[in-house]
Design a binder for this molecule. Structure first.
Ligand SMILES: [Zn+2]
Length: 675
């Protein structure tokens, strides 16, 4: 899920990129279209913090100059205003794109810090730009030539208006203040979680059942107790495997207090500021304010969708919980009617049921999915489906780390270079430690510009689990969306689609790793690799189905809470949560404060958490076209041409219609849920 969405920049994406295509002024773009090809060797990592600061100053000078030209109508004859605006987006991508990647992967702190400083300067510029009334007035007068221009023009107008360009000066100032405060409050909320220093001590006996790898390197006190923190890599394995209930309860309670009362207050402040922001624009709630520009359109539509999901999983959730309760009674040798399931029991008994019923241990998969072979495997899936070739880029490169590399993606029919994929495959100190994709440079057919993206993952060198292979394919899926796109404007390239559509293409592909016919591609890319046994795969598939009632109910609760929190009446965050969680089968545990650690809604997913479930509905519908053959080149080609190539220049519902030959619907999703 951790797609790195480029921040909205001059409308659309900050991207960045290959530093050699420097400072293309708007008026040159139309005439020198071929000048923006992505040369794979051109990712020149800045040598020093001073070099980054200099790049940053040049960027801001170029943007100020271009802005002044836009305001007074100074673009070159024959260049449209929209093209001139998109040239500013591309200019920004050229500098900010690589810097965004380097913040996450550069081994040098000075480089990372300088890149962050540049980002702050750029953000300050950006919020002023979107309130430029002279530029806005000129863009308002544009008469779009066709549907693509119309959508880009509409998105641009929305960006200006959501930044407050049409408001009175005092309100404009208030919008800038509110946005600054929101950024600061979000940083405080996230920092409290990141810098949490809660430590708990456990004896060896209290850790019975926990894999020793989780705690054996932890510090010990004179009594021999182990010190554990609240990192996910510690908390989740302990909750899944500690057989002593008091151990699970103590750790669960600490984890569900992360962020503390201070973060509840910060969350309340965030929601109040968001509500005020919405009201400045005449909207009754923040949910109304943001959903206007989403695929879902309105809070009513999202509420209706969530209610339907809830109805579909209600019975399944109760059945899942009953299976766990029976397992608990058996495990503790106690009568079922005296057995009550606690919140800290669900992960533990789910794992017991999975192991007992399906005999699946994810560790078993690593020997089949070695890292280099896994990377070539996901490439091969795309090659087969989309008629492309992914091969090491020929040119020598100077990248941020000796293990980072570049791949050229070419079209099999035309042999043309489509774009460049950078890959940083292995874990190391100070590197971003999840899996993500930066689509840092976007295509523009108008400018002859080729896209580039960076795939950053961290698998063990011993190999991947099946879950990790699924994640690799998911993130690479975002890369395909970026690299196979053929949009007129960079601001609408690839992943620059509406937030509640962006996950769907990657979520669709997740299913592919459970198909033996797809996994057979390993034999093509790694003849010496062992092929994963089909029964093991089938067990993993069944195991994945167990617990979906509980998972979807939880997702439903998070999404409903997020919407209610950003609704018309700003509630107390904890009171609202306690009320909503109390209405679930396992109830609310007094003193627990889940919202204090709910980073999604403190950050970019406010009034957007529903997008996770929404994207799954779209993904399931997209999959119906591949039901007969997940590797069908014909269907893959149609998908590439209708969905991936269009990026954000066509509305998602229209893309779905063009690909499926009918309007998108939720039947496949609900059928899968009821199986
Ligand atoms: Zn994702």
């Amino acid at each position: 899920m951790s797609f790195r969405r480029s921040r909205r920049l001059l409308g659309f994406a900050v991207s960045a990129a290959l530093a050699s295509s420097s400072a293309l002024a708007a008026q040159r773009v139309a005439t020198q279209a071929a000048s923006e090809a992505a040369t794979p060797h051109a990712f020149q990592t800045p040598r020093s913090a001073a070099a980054i600061a200099a790049q940053c100053r040049t960027l801001l000078a170029d943007l100020n100059k271009a802005e002044a030209q836009l305001a007074r109508g100074g673009e070159a004859p024959g260049t449209s205003l929209l093209a001139a605006l998109d040239a500013m987006t591309r200019r920004t991508e050229d500098t900010m794109g690589p810097l965004g990647v380097l913040v996450a992967v550069s081994p040098r702190k000075a480089i990372r810090d300088a890149a962050e400083a540049c980002d702050r300067d750029y953000q300050a510029y950006s919020s002023r730009f979107w309130q430029n009334a002279a530029v806005y007035a000129r863009i308002k007068q544009v008469r779009p030539a066709d549907d693509i221009d119309r959508r880009y023009w509409r998105d641009t107008i929305d960006n200006f208006e959501d930044a407050g360009v049409a408001l009175a000066p005092a309100q404009q100032r208030r919008v800038r203040e509110l946005n600054d405060e929101l950024i600061a409050l979000t940083q405080i909320f996230e920092r409290r979680i990141r810098e949490d220093r809660t430590r708990l001590w456990f004896t060896r006996d209290e850790l019975a059942g926990v894999p020793t790898g989780v705690f054996e390197n932890s510090p010990r006190d004179p009594q021999g107790r182990y010190r554990l923190g609240l990192e996910e890599a510690t908390v989740f394995p302990v909750l899944e495997s500690a057989s002593v209930p008091a151990t699970r309860e103590r750790l669960w309670r600490a984890y569900l207090s992360l962020g503390g009362v201070a973060n509840l207050e910060t969350l309340a402040a965030l929601t109040q500021r968001r509500r005020e922001l919405a009201q400045v624009f005449g909207e009754a709630s923040y949910a109304d304010f943001v959903l206007r520009h989403r695929m879902a359109h309105s809070e009513t539509e999202v509420q209706h969708f969530l209610a339907t999901v809830k109805e579909a999983v209600r019975a399944r959730e109760m059945a899942d919980l009953e299976v766990l309760r029976v397992e608990k009674a058996r495990h503790l040798h106690q009568p079922l009617d005296q057995t009550v399931l606690a919140r800290w029991d669900t992960a533990f008994y789910s794992e017991r049921v999975r192991r007992a019923t399906y005999a699946v241990d994810q560790e078993q998969f690593r020997r089949y999915f070695l890292p280099e072979a896994s990377l070539r495997f996901v490439f091969r899936v795309a090659e087969r489906l989309f008629g492309i070739t992914v091969a090491p880029a020929a040119a020598p490169q100077t990248l941020w780390h000796p293990e980072a590399r570049a791949y050229a993606v070419t079209d099999n029919d035309s042999k043309a270079l489509l774009g460049t994929l950078f890959v940083d495959l292995y874990p190391r100190a100070d590197k971003f430690n999840h899996a993500a994709l930066w689509s840092f440079r976007n295509v523009s057919t108008l400018a002859g510009r080729q896209p580039a993206a960076a795939l950053v993952v961290n698998p063990s060198r011993q190999g991947l689990t099946l879950d990790e292979l699924q994640t690799l394919l998911h993130e690479f899926g975002h890369g395909l969306h970026a690299l196979l796109s053929k949009t007129r404007y960079a601001g609408q390239g690839g992943t620059h689609v509406q937030l509640d559509f962006v996950e769907a293409p990657s979520q669709m592909l997740e299913d592919w790793v459970y198909d033996p016919q797809v996994l057979a591609l390993f034999a093509e890319v790694c003849p010496s690799c062992e092929i994963v046994p089909t029964p093991l795969l089938a067990q993993a598939r069944s195991s994945r189905e167990f617990g979906k009632g509980m998972q979807f109910s939880r997702q439903h609760l998070y999404a409903s809470y997020d919407l209610a929190l950003h609704g018309r009446e700003p509630p107390d965050p904890l009171l609202l949560w306690a009320k909503m969680e109390s209405a679930t089968p396992l109830g609310h545990v007094p003193q627990s404060m889940f919202p204090a650690g709910f980073e999604h809604i403190a950050g970019g997913y406010a009034a957007g958490y529903y997008g996770y479930l929404w994207g799954l509905v779209l993904a399931e519908d997209l999959r119906t076209a591949f039901a007969a053959d997940r590797l069908s080149p014909a269907v893959g080609r149609r998908y590439r041409e209708t969905v991936l190539e269009s990026g954000g220049q066509v509305a998602p519902a229209e893309l779905m219609q063009r690909f499926l030959g009918r309007p998108a619907d939720s039947r496949a999703f609900f059928e899968a849920l009821s199986q």
